[in-house]
Design a binder for this molecule. Structure first.
Ligand code: ZN
Length: 489
């Protein structure tokens, strides 16, 4: 297996990936809170960790990829007060909270499937792991890092930080946090504003509630990920991923809970993808630039000049390194679409190239392949990998117009690289063949074009023009070039 390097947020260093159990990788990624449609902010982690999983699989690792669904406990403004996001939506739509959860979970699955992401190996729900979460609260109480207050249980950050480093992950300094938080108003159940809820007593109107030793209530938002990662990946596992916006408080609290309940931080490598901005601005409902994936795919949003296909979005996201910010704009998406189409056209052309038997082997192909994988092994540097991939696109195009000669081995090597990199690791699907429901359509068109070629060879231009016009009427456009006929839908 190759050396893969990952930037670890915890150590702030790029580190060689060394699995805890040889040949196996355990990955936990924070999934969505299912109270609304999946949006651009969901696309980036879905695609980033999908490529990571695909790369490990390509390298022969056995991967267990756990991505949770948050269906309880995530309160408004990510705080310990206010309404549950799902219960609030349920009230608005006059539905059961679990109807909201079901509806948006299905829609989330549909959206990320369009982006061609592989489903996780396990997709646990917070509401299905209340018993495990209560067990962790008990352990943290036993270890002395939590206290019971008026039926709720809070994590005692001050006490914990005397023995451990609260802020280890986010780099926040506890003294700064104290001076930057509001004072408690005396009504609060918390001893300090830095403390966070492990278990909240439910108010009488709160719908989602479970019995516990402390009160009828619900778990704090951060707790589910400690519980579910331990249950499915063990007390210590390899990689925990998520968006940078989750680093604090969510992941910092998760790390503290792990340490307090199982004596270890539990995660060897923490990975965080950077955020997406829109025309340079943070995306948010209050900015009026909130775009769901559905809107992006249909073009149905005032900021969008037109629709963008799922693979355009995927390609666009891969064009930036996952730790850089990424700015969405119509121009940038259109440029990405052009690049993606050029790449996929070369992929299709590659399958039609005829080898030149006496051509010398082209060393550049092997060199490009190594550069592509070296970039991917280097903390998932997809923009560099794509740049090297386009050197191969150039070779395919040169072979097509006759300025380069490829022998059988060259073509076979190119086919393997395209299949390994484009299809398997980067996960870019050919929308042109998919939009016709299957590759069979492509074969049928090729057959018709062969008939047309015959007609032309026999100088039967009436038939060849008729075929061209009938295809055009079906939305299939053909173009005659000196190397044959190209078609597009
Ligand atoms: Zn989480």
């Amino acid at each position: 297996m190759q050396n893969i390097y990952i930037y670890n947020t915890l150590t702030r260093k790029k580190e060689l990936f060394e699995p805890i159990h040889p040949g196996h990788v355990g990955i936990y990624v924070c999934g969505p809170t299912v109270y609304g449609d999946a949006h651009l902010g969901h696309a980036r982690p879905s695609i980033t960790y999908d490529v990571l999983v695909r790369l490990f699989k390509k390298e022969g690792y056995k991967v267990r990829y756990v991505r949770n669904i948050t269906d309880v406990g995530h309160l408004e403004n990510d705080s310990d007060e206010g309404e549950d996001k799902i219960a609030k939506r349920a009230k608005l739509e006059e539905l059961e909270p679990m109807e909201v959860v079901q509806y948006y979970t299905i829609r989330y699955h549909e959206a990320v499937k369009k982006l061609n992401t592989l489903p996780p190996s396990i997709e646990p729900r917070a509401s299905g792991h209340i018993i495990e979460q209560i067990a962790i609260v008990r352990k943290i109480l036993e270890s002395g890092y939590a206290y019971i207050s008026n039926g709720s249980v809070y994590f005692d950050v001050a006490k914990y930080s005397r023995d451990h480093n609260y802020g280890a992950l986010s780099g926040r300094i506890i003294e700064d946090m104290i001076s930057n938080t509001r004072a408690l108003d005396g009504q609060d159940d918390k001893h300090s504003p830095l403390d966070f809820a492990l278990w909240k007593k439910a108010s009488p109107e709160h719908i989602m509630r479970w019995p516990s030793p402390w009160s009828d209530g619900f778990p704090g938002w951060h707790l589910e990920c400690s519980a579910m990662s331990e249950k499915y990946l063990g007390k210590e596992f390899d990689i925990h991923g998520g968006g940078m916006d989750l680093m604090f408080p969510h992941h910092e609290c998760e790390l503290a809970q792990n340490t307090a309940s199982r004596g270890t931080g539990g995660v060897k490598y923490w990975m965080h993808n950077n955020m997406i901005t829109i025309n340079g601005q943070k995306m948010g409902k209050s900015y009026g630039n909130f775009i769901t994936l559905e809107e992006l795919f249909t073009g149905n949003h005032k900021m969008l000049e037109r629709a963008y296909s799922p693979m355009t979005v995927r390609f666009f996201i891969l064009q930036a390194h996952y730790r850089s910010t990424l700015d969405f704009s119509n121009e940038a998406l259109q440029a990405a679409e052009k690049g993606m189409k050029r790449l996929m056209q070369a992929y299709r052309d590659l399958n039609r190239l005829r080898p030149v038997s006496n051509a010398a082997t082209m060393d550049e192909i092997e060199k490009c392949k190594n550069n592509i994988f070296d970039a991917l092994y280097d903390d998932l540097n997809t923009p560099i990998a794509l740049a090297h991939l386009f050197e191969l696109v150039k070779i395919v195009n040169q072979a097509k117009d006759g300025t380069a000669k490829l022998n059988e081995g060259d073509i076979a090597a190119l086919k393997t690289i395209f299949s390994d990199v484009v299809t398997d690791v980067l996960g870019i699907a050919d929308e042109q063949s998919e939009s016709g429901s299957s590759d069979k359509l492509g074969s049928v068109i090729e057959m018709i074009l062969d008939v047309r070629k015959e007609a032309k060879a026999n100088k039967d231009y009436a038939t060849s023009d008729l075929i061209r016009d009938k295809l055009a009427a079906l939305g299939i456009n053909i173009k005659d070039t000196k190397n044959g006929t190209e078609w597009s839908l």
